[in-house]
Design a protein around this ligand. Structure first.
Ligand code: ZN
Length: 569
């Protein structure tokens, strides 16, 4: 309840500061399907388990703490900006919901805040407010009355520089008074809010003593006003500070027409130095792991390139696109190909978010899906270390096909590539952890935990349905079942057979890497067709998990505390 009040209050300020009105009535009438009632909607929202997200900021000097607090204030403004981007009617709808004190009004307000709009994102965008109609796929990036064909025809007819701008990440398409379409830079369309955000970033830059952080904040403040984000993205890649802010327009999923337009979001985090040290240790072992992969020696890479940087952080606040329904546990940015070519991209792992998911989702899953004797071995350390290893293992193994005409594995395997590559990173991650345990780099006590935790986690991944990670996970679980390395008891619970798991992991790692190296698209497709399926025994477990939360609903308590201190005289 307090979450709703606090988040609602911050939205209210933004709703009042923004002059946007509901979109014109949609051309098609709203569907006749009944809207969920208060009880039904409360049940739907409860699939995200509330959890306090805390971060220890005690070690930060006063100046850095003050800079962090300014960043939190800037980040909060991403919520209002994202609401405007997602749907033109959001501000009005939210304002009305906040005045509705009835149980139905309160249930709708919570659902609205979770979904950042009046459609249930986890349920095929089913509406839960009357009169809103189906979710417009073009969001509020294009004129409400325009059709996709009209916008596309207009874009294609533009001369080169104007077309690049119209199709770019950082413009909206609006209609001029004469009815013609035009591209408006974000710096103009969202000028009022972005000036306020930029002022906060400049104040944070003034407060911090960390040069790379100051450089990023000044560059990003300038980008919000100039609409040129290049220099600030480069500065973000060079960031080496105990405060890790990510703030701006990034992902393009909200643009359901073309995937062109970037949605505003923020992740305000502090670096986890202990985990970063652990990661550095694991990274130094990569060449040795590669040299010992269970594949033909000539398929191994004798000289691995530099791995993409990975940061382990704890999140204080997520806002805008980064704070709706399923919480982001890791992200890889930037998306701009020009930056990736010039300076690469960075993977950020949100450790406290993963901890919350572990506590609220993985532990309850393990209590239902695993045999009683395996449950106690499920551990967060094993869960998180395997996720780190998964990310690192994407860089190992064959990336080019062997033999005559060499090509990338991605090009050779085409639509089978994604699921197989995810399966490889998972299973080779287990192989690598065992290798490091045997080598004495990691504690022997981790051994049992690693496999049992992975087994519990496989059900978590399978619940998300048909994406590359879920199909890849089905391949692994079925292979381990076929090898007798995972067993199913009469009561339907799953367990690890310690005598068989190591060899099964080794064999599957070899099998997948050999298919990748051969570039055999037909064999890859066949492997996914046969093993990338949910078998009845697995389906039976998934059906028993319906009461377990799908994900978490974070309460950003440390962020709220810091912001309250800022407001106090
Ligand atoms: Zn992956």
């Amino acid at each position: 309840m307090t979450l709703i009040t606090r988040a609602g209050a911050s939205f209210l300020v933004l709703a009042l500061a923004t002059v946007t009105y509901a979109a014109p009535a949609p051309e098609t009438p709203p569907p006749a399907a009944p809207l969920p009632d208060a009880v039904g909607l409360t049940k739907v929202s409860a699939r995200l388990a509330p959890v306090d997200l805390t971060v220890d900021v005690g070690a930060l000097p006063a100046g850095e703490r003050a800079a962090l607090t300014e960043l939190l204030a800037a980040a909060k403004m991403m919520d209002g900006l994202f609401l405007r981007q997602a749907w033109a009617g959001n501000d009005t709808a939210l304002f009305e919901l906040m005045r509705d004190r009835s149980p139905l009004g309160q249930a709708r307000l919570r659902a609205f805040i979770q979904n950042k709009g009046p459609w249930l994102r986890l349920d095929g965008d089913r509406p839960f407010l009357p009169g809103v109609g189906p979710k417009p796929p073009q969001a509020n990036f294009y004129p409400a009355g325009a059709t996709k064909a009209e916008v596309e025809t207009w874009m294609h007819a533009l001369p080169a520089p104007a077309r690049t701008s119209a199709e770019g990440f950082f413009t909206t398409i609006r209609r001029a008074p004469d009815g013609k379409l035009q591209a408006i830079p974000y710096s103009v369309d969202y000028q009022g809010e972005l000036e306020l955000v930029a002022a906060r970033l400049r104040e944070a830059a003034r407060l911090t003593q960390q040069p790379t952080l100051r450089a990023f904040l000044e560059a990003r403040a300038a980008a919000f006003l100039s609409n040129d984000y290049y220099a600030s993205d480069v500065a973000w890649m060079k960031l080496d500070a105990n405060i890790e802010p990510t703030i701006g327009p990034y992902e393009t999923y909200e643009d359901g027409w073309f995937g062109f337009k970037a949605a505003f979001e923020a992740f305000i985090c502090v670096r986890d130095d202990a985990e970063t040290a652990k990661l550095t240790k694991l990274a130094t072992e990569l060449q040795d792991i590669e040299n010992n992969l269970p594949i033909d020696a000539k398929l191994r890479n004798p000289k691995l390139g530099a791995a993409a940087p990975i940061r382990v952080v704890n999140q204080l606040l997520g806002a805008g696109d980064a704070n709706k329904t399923v919480s982001t546990a890791a992200f890889n940015l930037p998306n701009d190909e020009r930056i990736i070519k010039a300076v690469g991209s960075k993977r950020t792992m949100l450790k406290n978010v993963q901890r919350a998911k572990f506590d609220k989702v993985l532990i309850p899953i393990s209590k239902i899906a695993l045999a009683p004797r395996d449950r106690a071995a499920v551990s967060f350390d094993a869960f998180f270390t395997h996720i780190l290893m998964h990310e690192l293992m994407h860089g190992l193994g064959p990336h080019e096909t062997a033999g005559g005409k060499s090509m990338t594995v991605r090009a050779a395997l085409q639509q089978s590539y994604g699921a197989l590559e995810e399966a490889k990173a998972d299973i080779a991650g287990l192989f690598a952890l065992q290798f490091l345990i045997d080598k004495g780099v990691l504690d022997r006590a981790l051994e049992k935990s690693v496999y049992v935790t992975f087994l519990a986690s496989s059900f978590r991944t399978l619940r998300f349905g048909g994406d590359a990670h879920a199909v890849g996970m089905a391949v692994q679980l079925n292979a381990l079942l076929d090898a007798g390395a995972v067993r199913i008891a009469k009561d339907g619970t799953f367990s690890v057979d310690a005598s068989k798991i190591k060899e099964a992991v080794r064999a599957l790692t070899a099998e997948i890497m050999n298919v990748q190296s051969a570039g055999d698209g037909a064999k890859a497709a066949e492997l996914l067709r046969v093993r990338g399926v949910i078998r009845p025994e697995v389906k039976a477990v998934l059906e028993r998990l319906t009461k377990v939360p799908i994900d978490i609903e974070p309460r950003f308590v440390t962020a709220e505390k810091l912001l309250q201190e800022r407001r106090a005289p």
